[in-house]
Design a protein around this ligand. Structure first.
Ligand SMILES: *[C@@H]1O[C@H](CO)[C@@H](O)[C@H](O)[C@H]1NC(C)=O
Ligand SMILES: *[C@@H]1O[C@H](CO)[C@@H](O)[C@H](O)[C@H]1NC(C)=O
Ligand SMILES: *[C@@H]1O[C@H](CO)[C@@H](O)[C@H](O)[C@H]1NC(C)=O
Ligand SMILES: *[C@@H]1O[C@H](CO)[C@@H](O)[C@H](O)[C@H]1NC(C)=O
Length: 413
């Protein structure tokens, strides 16, 4: 019975074919400029924070010497506003020489020397969203070749200044052009976000076969409201989105803003918990040079990362709403589960909540289960499916459990 069940799971999870470049069998992790640094090109008065090689190298240094790389945070990605406003005499995109004096290839070398990977940004359209040269259908090939010649490892391909028919041609065409370079390049497509994120306008079967990840919905901003609206959209459309995701092909609810200005400690936990339930890419946009110890600890939580990076690659869902609480759950390999109880309330004292594993239909293991508190990184004990587990959940915070069969000897902490 157990074997049969596993067999069905395997069959289900391999049902959708994904972009065959061998990349991101688990969600990518790393860092990206956009949410925090936007289109700040003012290196004269803001040299620490402008989009340029100094910022990227500073962050690369931190990622390699402060424990980030070892945990899987390896992509460092430059978003919009890196290029000059014109192409060179051969029609190629070129970095702004004042902000990237060594060029992108040298920057890639610097990053590779630290065991990290470099991401870059382009936009399918006449201009990028920030007004820099776009990639039109006739420049897709030369741009893919340019990025490969610089030894870039990831491309975010945005969609400002093109219409739906151009996108329908351009996104697959860039996928083929990247493949033709022979260099495995993680391909992140903003396409669905420009088409409302849902069928029939978005074909997730097609998307999964040409892109490694994609933005489905609005850009994240540095606020709890923004995080809430993204969570709500992902929950409202979870059946469609769950089947779109899997190894090599991920929905992207956008960057992590832990360590920035807009989220409290509790809210940071909530974003991280729900992103891990969603099998989301963990791409930070913050300042690793000045990040607080508290925010760093949250982002470096091993159990949270273990959950996000689960090899089954199955996106979780919101399974219950008991206003103001919501229960979110993700099935992991080997009969393991992650459960997050979110308190959306903004009033009063921590909400008490009692729940058993049986309430979640986690009942298969006769010997019971081991449960862990993810954020306290603490083993809570062995429970039977019927055992009532008590949780106290702070306003705008979350209680996150990791659950595994009692017979499973491996200790995750
Ligand atoms: C290109 O696509 C082929 C066929 O899907 C695949 O086998 C190969 O690994 C891909 N190469 C790169 C560099 O993505
Ligand atoms: C999309 O843009 C292209 C190029 O500008 C144009 O030829 C085409 O008619 C447009 N299609 C739609 C549906 O607007
Ligand atoms: C979606 O794309 C796939 C793969 O290209 C194709 O087989 C399928 O017919 C498309 N579905 C719809 C509804 O257009
Ligand atoms: C548990 O199973 C019951 C009966 O099939 C179903 O109604 C309920 O939604 C399930 N609960 C969860 C959390 O999956």
């Amino acid at each position: 019975m157990q074997l049969l069940y596993l067999g069905i799971l395997l069959a289900l999870s391999s049902f959708c074919s994904s972009l065959d470049n061998g990349l991101v069998r688990t969600p990518p992790m790393g860092w990206m400029t956009w949410e925090r640094y936007r289109c700040n090109i003012d290196c004269k008065t803001d040299p620490q924070n402008c989009i340029g090689e100094k910022l990227i190298k500073d962050i690369a240094d931190k990622m390699s010497d402060s424990g980030w790389r070892e945990l899987g945070y390896v992509y460092i990605s430059i978003d919009d506003c890196w290029s000059l406003k014109n192409r060179d005499s051969k029609g190629r995109l070129q970095p702004d020489p004042e902000r990237f004096p060594s060029g992108i290839k040298a920057l890639a070398d610097y990053i590779h020397a630290r065991g990290l990977k470099l991401g870059i940004y382009a936009d399918l359209g006449t201009y990028t969203c920030g007004g820099y040269p776009g990639t039109t259908l006739d420049t897709i090939q030369i741009d893919a070749e340019t990025f490969a010649s610089w030894e870039v490892d990831m491309l975010k391909f945005d969609g400002c200044y093109s219409n739906s028919s151009e996108k329908a041609l351009g996104y697959p065409k860039m996928s083929q052009a990247l493949n033709a370079t022979g260099r495995p390049i993680l391909y992140s497509c903003s396409w669905p976000a420009y088409e409302g994120g849902l069928p029939p306008k978005v074909n997730y079967t097609l998307l999964g076969s040409i892109c490694n990840m994609w933005r489905n919905y609005d850009d994240i901003q540095d606020s709890w409201d923004s995080v809430l609206s993204i969570m709500e959209w992902f929950a409202a459309n979870q059946d469609i989105l769950q089947s779109a995701a899997g190894p090599g092909r991920w929905n992207d609810p956008d960057m992590l803003i832990t360590g920035d200005f807009g989220l409290s400690y509790e809210q940071s936990k909530s974003q991280l918990a729900i992103w891990a339930i969603l099998a989301a890419p963990l791409i930070m946009s913050n300042d690793l040079r000045t990040i607080s110890e508290e925010a760093k600890e949250l982002l470096q939580n091993r159990l949270l990362i273990y959950i996000d990076q689960d090899s089954l690659g199955k996106q979780g869902k919101r399974v219950a709403k008991v206003n103001p609480l919501e229960v979110w759950m993700r099935e992991l390999v080997d009969e393991q589960y992650a459960v997050a109880v979110l308190n959306k309330g903004t009033d009063g004292f921590p909400k008490r909540f009692f729940m058993s594993l049986a309430d979640l239909n986690i009942t298969k293991c006769a010997l019971g289960y081991k449960v862990y508190d993810v954020f306290e990184q603490e083993f809570l004990g062995n429970v039977k499916p019927e055992t009532q587990i008590q949780m106290n959940i702070n306003p705008t915070g979350v209680f996150m459990l990791f659950v595994r069969p009692a017979s499973n000897r491996f200790h995750p902490l």
